[in-house]
Design a binder for this molecule. Structure first.
Ligand code: SF4
Length: 224
């Protein structure tokens, strides 16, 4: 699928400054590597029935490697679960040229540039959201949307609301494993905690909880 986000996008000055600063300062373990430090596009199968929505690139993961959820612990969690449910050809994701392919799944995020403290502002989310919406339009086979975290859910719902496909967002209360139908013939939503370091290191989200989400996703995309 053609990339919908220009890697030169500089609409959010705070995020442009931060993505470049992270790449300049670098983490000690990666100091010999050239960081990507640009917007990170979506990744996966253009004919996907499963759409996965994250939050934003990780500072030393996707902002370093240039591929979403690649090169950090969040990605380790996510891709292992996708592999176990048959949505990925390998359980690891370390670099853009590691041979990883997604089958029947596509991963994107509402914010394409790394935010300080993993916290984009509302204005930054609003500014970046049209790229996500364009991907939604191009992904024509999606039956299920797995939202990773509250911001992913809110962002997806705000696009549906802007299109007049739902009236309000108040009836969609985030909960891990919660499922929501939206508009007629629209994809089902399955909500999950985000596999952030904060969630995985505290045990709020375990590997088996995330595996369950994607086994359920497999069941839901295969049903008629
Ligand atoms: S977050 Fe999105 S809109 Fe903002 S600079 Fe990055 S790509 Fe552009």
């Amino acid at each position: 699928m053609a990339q919908v986000v220009p890697i030169s996008c500089a609409l959010c000055p705070r995020l442009v400054a931060y993505r470049e600063e992270v790449g300049r300062v670098r983490r000690r373990a990666y100091r010999d590597q050239e960081y990507w430090s640009k917007p990170v596009p979506g990744f996966g199968d253009p004919a996907a029935r499963l759409l996965i929505v994250g939050l934003a690139p990780g500072a030393h993961g996707a902002n370093r490697t240039g591929r979403i959820f690649t090169g950090d612990r969040s990605g380790d969690f996510l891709y292992r679960a996708l592999y176990e449910a048959g949505f990925a050809n390998q359980p690891t994701s370390v670099s853009r040229d590691d041979g990883l392919q997604l089958c029947d799944a596509y991963i994107t995020s509402p914010v394409r540039c790394v935010p300080p403290d993993n916290k984009p502002t509302l204005e930054e989310i609003r500014t970046c959201l049209p790229y996500f919406e364009r991907e939604m339009t191009l992904l024509k086979r999606v039956k299920l949307v797995v939202t990773l975290g509250g911001i992913a859910l809110e962002s997806y719902l705000s696009i549906l609301q802007g299109r007049g496909q739902i009236k309000a967002r108040t009836s969609f209360r985030f909960g891990h494993g919660a499922k929501f139908a939206t508009h007629e013939s629209g994809p089902l939503i399955l909500a999950s905690y985000h596999p952030s370091q904060q969630n995985t290191s505290t045990g709020r989200l375990t590997a088996s909880m995330l595996a369950d989400i994607f086994h359920e996703a497999r069941r839901l995309v295969e049903r008629d």
